[in-house]
Structures are given as C-alpha cells and as structure tokens.
Design a protein around this ligand. Structure first.
Ligand code: SF4
Length: 219
C-alpha cells in the first residue's frame, strides 16, 4: 500500500494567525484532526469530537498548497495522535518543505513523533476535569531545546499545581507556557502570580480569540 494515500478523518483545514505558543503571530496552516479521548470542561473544539471528512495525505497536501508560501503547519485536534496515519502525515509534510507543530493533549505516547516535529504538549490541570490524563512517561520525550509544554489554568489551585509539576519533574529550564482559561482566570492575577514567584515561564494569551470572536470556528 502506498502510505502517501493513507486516509485521515479531518475536522477542518484553514490558514490563520497562530494564536498560541512561541510561534504566536505567524501565519499558520491548521490541520485539525477529528476525535478526542478527553472531555476538558472548557473545550472550545467540541465539534471535532465526532464529525469529520476523510482526506488522503495526498489530498491534505494538495489542499494546503493553496496557502503557499505559508510553510508553518500545526496538526491539532481533538487529539491528533489517536489516528495512526498522523505519523506518515508528519513525515510527508516535512518532505514537502513544511515546518510542523504538533499540538497534543499529553495523554498519548510521544515516543514515535518524528524528531523534526515541534511538540506543543498540553498538561491538563485538575480544574480542566482531566487532571490525571498526562502520560508521565512522555517526560522522556520532551525535547528541551524545541518542544513546548503548556498549562491552561482555570484557577489559583491550577497555578500552584502547574508550578509544582514543573519543579517536581525537573522542567524548570524547559520551554513552559502558562495561559488562562478565558472567563475563568483574570489575566492580571496570572501575571501577578508569575512575577511574584519569578517563574521561568512564558505567559501567553490566545491571540486568535482577541482578533476574532472567541467562539468563531476556523480561525
Ligand atoms: S484535549 Fe483538547 S480537544 Fe480534547 S477535550 Fe480537551 S481541550 Fe477539547
């Protein structure tokens, strides 16, 4: 079988401004795969849980070429690692000259993610309702120089939990992102806690939710 023709179930493909991570602000193509094994209580992409359209990898690459010369691509979900064909997609994107980001919820093994891919790993905090979902063995597969570990915080309780997680697991010198769930945690409070504690983390806001309506799809 020609792997290039393997099929994935895709929720949506679009080009927008990257709203998170240290790539914030850059034009970026998003490939959102369908299906998720978690049910975070603040999830803003519930539409990706079930519905989707089948695309061969070949068709995905043909489709994203319409956004040339944008070469930054994020594979997201849902949880993209649930579809085994995603590994071939990552390889083919690289072979076609794309720089690949992978946004993952941290519950699936990162062992086989190709080295060229920048992983953005979401460690779910307790107030997400999925606080026990992180696969601890994934700590072995976070590349300190390029991967980013993200904590989306709903409360001061989450903030302290995330802070302890970082120190207990030796992530102090890694690329760490802290962000606030909109409508739950005040940005000024989060900024104050980080500066008071002098935490070596990058506070981020979801830029796409500031540019566009926070419930708007495909941005
Ligand atoms: S992991 Fe992401 S897509 Fe899945 S429920 Fe949580 S926020 Fe939603």
């Amino acid at each position: 079988m020609n792997l290039y023709n393997e099929v994935l179930v895709v929720s949506e493909i679009f080009c927008s401004i990257q709203g998170e991570s240290s790539y914030t602000g850059l034009p970026c193509i998003f490939i959102r795969l369908s299906g998720c094994n978690l049910r975070c209580n603040y999830c803003d992409t519930k539409y990706s849980y079930e519905s989707g359209e089948k695309f061969s990898i070949n068709n995905i690459i043909t489709k994203i070429k319409q956004y040339d010369p944008v070469k930054l691509v994020e594979i997201t979900g849902g949880e993209p690692l649930l579809q085994s064909e995603v590994y071939e997609l990552m390889s083919q994107l690289d072979a076609n000259g794309y720089f690949v980001l992978l946004e993952t919820n941290g519950s699936q093994s990162l062992k086989d993610v190709p080295h060229h891919v920048v992983k953005i790993i979401d460690v779910k905090c307790p107030d997400s309702g999925e606080g026990k979902s992180f696969l601890l063995s994934n700590l072995n597969f976070i590349n300190k120089a390029k991967d980013e570990t993200k904590f989306v915080l709903s409360s001061y309780f989450d903030y302290n939990w995330a802070k302890n997680f970082i120190f207990l697991n030796g992530l102090k010198n890694y690329k760490i992102l802290f962000s606030a769930v909109s409508d739950r945690l005040d940005l000024q409070d989060l900024a104050k806690w980080i500066t008071e504690d002098k935490l070596p983390v990058r506070m981020q806001i979801q830029l796409h939710k500031i540019i566009w309506d926070k419930d708007k799809k495909g941005v």
